[in-house]
Structure formats: structure tokens, C-alpha cells
Design a protein around this ligand. Structure first.
Ligand code: MRU
Length: 392
């Protein structure tokens, strides 16, 4: 069965509550943009593409179920205000702001059309939001294909036949409309028989790796092993040994114009480790995650989350032998009174990144070590672009 984090049909939206995973699969109904704002803020839904799609669809559901004004301008203003509100839920991932910008111009264009009414504006909005859901899945499948091809062609282990990869956080079906970005690359390697083994890091403090990525890997029966974040260096020392670790592949919340990439906290340290051990470090993201308006990583706002996400851990009771799903407990794992710093993301400098895998190909740096990401947006025919842009 395919994992589905977002269930949508016209007028109805449900999200898989990711705070309850991996032990319990429960869906929450989302009826409005306010419901979506809270679901995003509380991390019941998360991952840059998923956040954008849930926000877009929640407003579509609200518009379909509400008593609609017949006046196009009024419906447009309602949509614009709700989109501005949704964007305030989490600051770092650019996909939500990008989706809001595109949906706003859809609503504006529809409202400006001669003779349009409220229903026309709503229908234009709903169609555009639904298209985002469909496009994200096909974009992810293409990211998976391009990334897997690149890894097989550009790594020693790949040329010999099979690779092992390390990934961080959760970038799979749970973080997107389906298939995933970095985890999509691992899925693609697996389905073509090129994956030897996947490693996923726990991803403290929110444990997206141990709770969500591990859940997806087990679900898809991909050979995989969980490590804590502090074990990554030791794992990479195995490169060239029987494990054939070819590289690290991660997702992104915002890629700046120069290639600096904001992603889950801990990504930057993995990039440094990759450099030291001479393994590839790849970022996998749809073009909606690339923000040419942000010139470098210095401009990216990093979300800081409550300290209790570091000092407390929540989960079902385990007595050492049996898991009791009926009793969910919160356990303190830090000294009372300690100050806590909890940035949700960090920025990996472009110099540490070997390639950015998108739905239209893998971008490498030119001979001066510079990414030219604007080339990804130039022509419509870009979907047919060669799988390697620039670089080698
Ligand atoms: O705080 P989260 O769980 O929303 O962070 C998610 C990540 O950092 C992902 O790597 C990123 O959003 C890409 S998901 C395809």
C-alpha cells in the first residue's frame, strides 16, 4: 500500500498526524486555513513541499464549503488575506511562500477577467491548488530518477554496481505529496537494483529520521539501518569497505540563488563530514524550493522552536519488553533549568554541495565553483533539459 500523508478530494482534506507516527496512523480533518495553520505550526504536517500543499488545499476546501460572495473582487481579497496568514505559520521553507505567490496571481488574474464572478475566482484557485498536488508527485519521481542516475554515474560504488547512501530528516512521502525528494532518490536507486543499503540519521531533536524516515523505509521494505546523528562520522569511515557509502542525500527548505541550502538542523555537519571523507553531498529539491530572491544563505530566516522539544521526549510506554500503545508518556531527558537553543534548520554553504538534484536535472557547479540556478527557470522547454546542467 502507498503511504499517503495527504488525502484530498474536492471539499475534503485529511492529513496523517505525523506527531503520532510511527506507532499510530491517524488522519486529522482539515476544514479551513486556520486548521492548516495550526497543523503546520504544531508539526502534525511538515516537510517543505507538504506544508505548501496542505496550506493551498486547505484554503481550497474552505472556499468550496463556504457561502461564497458572488463578487469576484471580494473572493479575491479573501484568498489573498488567507494566503498571507498561512505563510506566517513557519518561516524557513520557501515552498509555502512560493505557492502563496503563485496562487495569489491566479486569483488576481481570475478576478481581473471581464465579467468574472466569485465562483470563477474560486474555481481558478481550486484548480491551481489541485494542480500543485499532482505536479509535486511527478516532480519527485523525476528528482528520484535524475538523482539515482547521477549517483550511479558519478561515484566509484555506483560504477561498480551498488551504492549505500545516508540521508537525514524525513524527505519522503510524508514530507511531500508522495514519493519524496532525497528519499525519492533512495527509492529510485532501490527500484532499479542499484541500492545496497540506506542509512537514516535519527535527526534530533524532533526525530524525523527515526520516527518517519525509518517508518517509510520499513514500509517499503528497503534495506536500511538507523543511526544516531553522532554516529555519522564513524559510518563514513566505512567508505570503500564493504558498505560502499557513495554519498549523503538530503532535502531542502530553501536553496538560495548561490546554492547555499537551508535544511534540517544537522545537515551542515553532515556536509562537512562528507567533504572530509570524500563522499558526495547532494541536495534533492523541486524548483519550488529554489529561491532566487534570496541571494545567499545569510539572508535565510531560521526558525527557532521551543526548548521543550530538546528537553522532553514523547512516545508510547515501553516496559523493556512490550510496547503499550494505549499509554503515551512525556519523559524529561535534560537537567531541570538548563537553557536551550533549538534552531530547526541550518545553512550548508554551496561550497560543500556537489550537486542539486531537481525535477529537470542535476545542477553542478561550473569550473569556478559557482552554481547557476537561474538556468533552471529560463525556458518552458527546461523539462527536456539534459540531466546534468553545468559542471563536468
Ligand atoms: O521541520 P521539518 O520536519 O518540516 O523539516 C523538514 C526538512 O528539513 C526537510 O528536509 C525538508 O523540508 C525537505 S522535505 C522534502
Amino acid at each position: 500500500m502507498v503511504l499517503q500523508a495527504i488525502k484530498y478530494s474536492r471539499g475534503q482534506l485529511q492529513i496523517l498526524d505525523q506527531l503520532k507516527l510511527p506507532h499510530s496512523e491517524e488522519y486529522d480533518h482539515i476544514y479551513s486555513s486556520t486548521d492548516a495553520w495550526h497543523a503546520i505550526k504544531e508539526m502534525r504536517t511538515r516537510g517543505a513541499p507538504a506544508i505548501a500543499i496542505v496550506a493551498a488545499l486547505a484554503l481550497a476546501v474552505e472556499l468550496v464549503n463556504m457561502k461564497l460572495s458572488p463578487i469576484a473582487e471580494e473572493v479575491k481579497v479573501f484568498i489573498l488575506e488567507k494566503l498571507d496568514y498561512l505563510v506566517t505559520s513557519r518561516p524557513t521553507a520557501v515552498n509555502l511562500a512560493d505557492a502563496a505567490r503563485k496562487l495569489k496571481s491566479t486569483a488576481e488574474e481570475a478576478a481581473n477577467k471581464e465579467g468574472s464572478d466569485g465562483e470563477d475566482v474560486r474555481e481558478a484557485y481550486v484548480a491551481a491548488a489541485q494542480k500543485m498536488l499532482v505536479d509535486d508527485v511527478s516532480d519527485n519521481e523525476n528528482i528520484g530518477r535524475h538523482g539515482a542516475d547521477w549517483i550511479v554515474k558519478n561515484t566509484e560504488a555506483g560504477k561498480k554496481g551498488q551504492v549505500s547512501m545516508l540521508t537525514h530528516c524525513n524527505t519522503g512521502s510524508l514530507a511531500t505529496a508522495g514519493y519524496g525528494t532525497a528519499l525519492g532518490v533512495i527509492r529510485s536507486l532501490h527500484s532499479s537494483g542499484a541500492l545496497k543499503h540506506a542509512f537514516c540519521s535519527e535527526t534530533r531533536p524532533y526525530n524525523q529520521g527515526s520516527r518517519l524516515t525509518a517508518f517509510e523505509l520499513v514500509h517499503d521494505q528497503i534495506p536500511a539501518t538507523l543511526i544516531t546523528d553522532s554516529m555519522a562520522a564513524a559510518l563514513l569511515q566505512l567508505k570503500g569497505s564493504s558498505e560502499n557509502i557513495a554519498g549523503i542525500v538530503v532535502g531542502a527548505d530553501r536553496v538560495a540563488a548561490n546554492g547555499d541550502t537551508a535544511n534540517k538542523i544537522g545537515t551542515y555537519s553532515l556536509a562537512i563530514l562528507a567533504k572530509h571523507h570524500g563522499v558526495k553531498f547532494l541536495v534533492a529539491a523541486p524548483r519550488t524550493t529554489i529561491d532566487l530572491e534570496t541571494k545567499s544563505g545569510k539572508e535565510i530566516v531560521i526558525e527557532e522552536r521551543p526548548g521543550k522539544e530538546v528537553t522532553l521526549i514523547k512516545g508510547p510506554r515501553h516496559d523493556g519488553v512490550t510496547l503499550d500503545l494505549g499509554v503515551v508518556e512525556t519523559v524529561s531527558i535534560a537537567a531541570n533549568g538548563i537553557a536551550v537553543w533549538n534552531p530547526a534548520f541550518d545553512v550548508t554553504p554551496a561550497e560543500l554541495i556537489d550537486g542539486i538534484i531537481t525535477e529537470v536535472g542535476v545542477v553542478e557547479k561550473d569550473s569556478d565553483g559557482v552554481f547557476h540556478l537561474d538556468g533552471l527557470f529560463k525556458a518552458d522547454g527546461v523539462r527536456d533539459a539534459p540531466s546534468t546542467v553545468g559542471g563536468i
